[in-house]
Design a protein around this ligand. Sequence first.
Ligand SMILES: NC(=O)c1ccc[n+]([C@@H]2O[C@H](COP(=O)([O-])OP(=O)(O)OC[C@H]3O[C@@H](n4cnc5c(N)ncnc54)[C@H](OP(=O)(O)O)[C@@H]3O)[C@@H](O)[C@H]2O)c1
Length: 299
Amino acid sequence: MYAMTIPRFGPPEVLTTVELPVPEPGPGQVRIRVAAAGALPIDARVRRGELPLPGTFALPLVPGNEFAGTVDAVGPDTGGPEPGTEVLGFGTFGAYAEYVVVPADQVVPKPAAMPWEVAGGFSAQAQGAHMALSAVGVGPGDNSAAGGLGTVAVQLARAWGAAVVLGSAGERNHDHVRELGAVPVLYGEGMVERVRALAPQGVDAALDSFDDDSLRQAVEIVGDPRRVVSMVSHGTARELGLPKPAGPRSAARLAEMVDLYERGLVRVHLRRTVPLRDAALAHRDLDTGHGRGKIVLTL
Ligand SMILES: NC(=O)c1ccc[n+]([C@@H]2O[C@H](COP(=O)([O-])OP(=O)(O)OC[C@H]3O[C@@H](n4cnc5c(N)ncnc54)[C@H](OP(=O)(O)O)[C@@H]3O)[C@@H](O)[C@H]2O)c1
């Protein structure tokens, strides 16, 4: 099969096309013929060598933690899903490829009306937003601030009943934040004062997914560290006594987010679709650190 690998840490151009054996599913696993896979900021961080590789993973590495495709083979002692089932799911690396093997409980059925590109780029931010907002208990009556993962997080906060949602973004994405049902606020220096002017009654909960400084701003805005969660600055979050995102990723969590999508409560904005062979283009875009919505690789 054809796949993209990271043979060594470096710029987007290190991504290399390779031929690999088609992986065989073991007990409890399924093999998916991939139609689309999300290109995630974490893939770019792995490529740049910024994160320690977990467990026995080593270079060369096929990146990619989310995908959509068709079940193509089922391992021994695996209840389902049946070959031919269209699914979306998540894994740890391996999705930048024609085939990926994952535990059968890491996929859920793809709604027929969900486009492949949306399905391929759905799992990570949907589950990330769910884990983050679960940790701070966003619900009816809350006024919340969300940045970074915003496209999904602000919609989820609204779906869970938050009264007013503020979304931090650069100027050029304020219209996008408004379309998602949130009130835009410019990030960076002075954000605390800008939020206070927009929400003089206070903000109940916040999700930060940018850096240590924006996380500290979020804590200052909310006042109560137990209602602030970070998806990025784990060391600072520990130091400040913040709750951890309510992991782990699961089929149940993903299915709940797919249900919200089907009910029209969570939409996915596609920033760009790129053929897998051109994954370096997607990574150049990721490396800018700006943009609205998802970048998805297609096969
Ligand atoms: N642990 C998890 O499960 C999990 C899940 C999903 C994501 N994450 C992490 O969360 C982070 C964000 O993910 P993403 O998918 O939303 O990334 P993304 O699509 O690349 O978006 C980056 C965001 O950062 C914003 N930004 C840029 N400069 C900023 C600043 N100075 N202050 C505040 N915000 C700024 C951008 O806004 P503008 O474009 O408007 O400038 C953009 O919305 C990544 O590090 C990712 O790895 C973690």
